[in-house]
Write a protein that binds this ligand. Structure first.
Ligand SMILES: CC(=O)NCC[C@H](N)C(=O)O
Length: 131
């Protein structure tokens, strides 16, 4: 059994900062459980367009308000605590954080921990060895 607190992760290599977000990665590929689990904060008033070419992601909002745009259809969804969205088919999508926004994010395949978005808004498919 692995028990890990957010406080243990903050300030370590498991806390990864992107341009508009900070991802605290509680479970990673090295745990070998088939997914990674992150407690992620998105900074208020920001917008980010993403496209996970190699991953699926589940996002469960626990704090804050924002909106999600499915860039493939133009559909816009209001985001607030208790709302979950699944990026289930590699959709290009845009997240706007109206307030500081916090969510639990799960990725499959698991992130190794060092990934930040590339120029397409994707996470590179790294192995634990970093390829
Ligand atoms: C807003 C957002 O989801 N940014 C990407 C970070 C990713 N969800 C992560 O948790 O690493």
């Amino acid at each position: 059994m692995i028990v890990r607190s957010l406080e243990e992760v903050i300030g370590t290599e498991r806390e990864v900062k992107g341009p508009t977000w900070t991802s605290r990665r509680l479970a990673l590929a090295e745990e070998k459980v088939g997914f990674s689990l992150h407690d992620t904060v998105v900074h208020a008033g920001t917008e980010i367009t993403m496209w996970y070419a190699d991953h699926v992601e589940a996002v469960y909002v626990i704090e804050g308000h924002g909106e999600l745009v499915d860039d493939e259809t133009g559909d816009t969804h209001s985001l607030e605590p208790g709302v979950m969205y699944l990026v289930d088919a590699h959709q290009h999508h845009t997240l706007r954080a109206h307030t500081e926004f916090r969510a639990v994010c799960v990725f499959n395949p698991a992130l190794t921990g060092r990934e930040v978005h590339d120029e397409n808004g994707a996470f590179p498919l790294l192995t634990e060895k970093g390829q």
